[in-house]
Write a protein that binds this ligand. Structure first.
Ligand SMILES: [Zn+2]
Length: 262
């Protein structure tokens, strides 16, 4: 960790070049970067692209049903509509542009090709037709399915077009703490912007897990901490009302700085 920001980030902060934040889900960019976004929003064009913003119809896997229970809702469709509204309200409040890219969240993502006979069985055993059947042994294990390769390519093209159009200076993406597959996919999409890429530490997952040391070393990444107005940030985090209780079960948001690697 250094006191001064790593050089690419420091250099960009002296310019007014546009910044692009890649957010896996409808809250991650604000959870991890809300304070830096707030402090830079008046100085440059900022856009937040959120990738996994959709669910799928029933039947859901046990993992998806457990997530819906944690959010105290039954219907995934209305939950995701509500989450998009929360995200729009927070980002509009911050004065930044945003787009919801509409990929399906890992908890609800189905296989494109199905095993013969599985569509009938999938009604009684939804795990058979989902790309990541369980949370613990699939989604949280950090092994991105080969079936997601096409999706990753499409996302890379979308982000490359955006960078071209906007003349983006920096692209922020998660460093992947917690190893959730959607966060790792977003990291891999962000990483393809090469020298523009800045990685952010995934909050609150960084409160009980560490970044992958081998990843940091192989990319020669140095960390930098940013503490802005944490009270303002926490107010924004609480605006994600469908998520706040599940993310912070004891009602307290840890007052920690944001960490960036470049
Ligand atoms: Zn996330």
């Amino acid at each position: 960790m250094t006191a001064a920001p790593p050089s690419r980030l420091a250099q960009s902060r002296t310019t007014d070049e546009p910044w692009l934040f890649l957010s896996p889900h409808l809250d991650d960019a604000v959870l991890s970067c809300g304070s830096l976004i707030a402090s830079e929003a008046g100085r440059r064009d900022i856009e937040v692209l959120t990738i996994f913003t959709e669910c799928s119809p029933t039947p859901h896997t046990r993992a998806a049903r457990s997530f819906l229970r944690q959010c105290s809702v039954q219907d995934a469709g209305s939950l995701f509509e509500e989450r998009k509204k929360e995200d729009a309200a927070v980002l509009e409040g911050l004065g930044v542009r945003f787009r919801h890219l509409g990929a399906t969240d890992a908890l609800f993502r189905r296989r494109r090709k199905t095993i013969p006979g599985s569509s009938v069985l999938g009604r009684t055993l939804p795990e058979l037709v989902h790309r990541y059947p369980t949370y613990r042994f699939d989604i949280a294990l950090g092994r991105v399915s080969r079936g997601d390769t096409g999706l990753i390519e499409e996302l890379r093209d979308t982000v490359a077009e955006e960078i071209d159009e906007q003349a983006t200076g920096l692209v922020f993406c998660p460093v992947g703490i917690g190893r959730h597959v959607d966060h790792l996919i977003t990291r891999s999409v962000g990483e393809s912007s090469a020298e523009r890429t800045v990685f952010y530490s995934d909050f609150p997952y960084n409160q009980n897990q560490q970044p992958d040391d081998a990843f940091l070393r192989s990319r020669h990444l140095t960390g930098w901490e940013w503490s802005g107005d944490l009270e303002a940030k926490h107010r924004r985090v609480r605006q994600y009302a469908t998520q706040a209780d599940a993310l912070f079960p004891d009602g307290r948001i840890p007052p920690v700085p944001e960490t960036y690697y470049s």
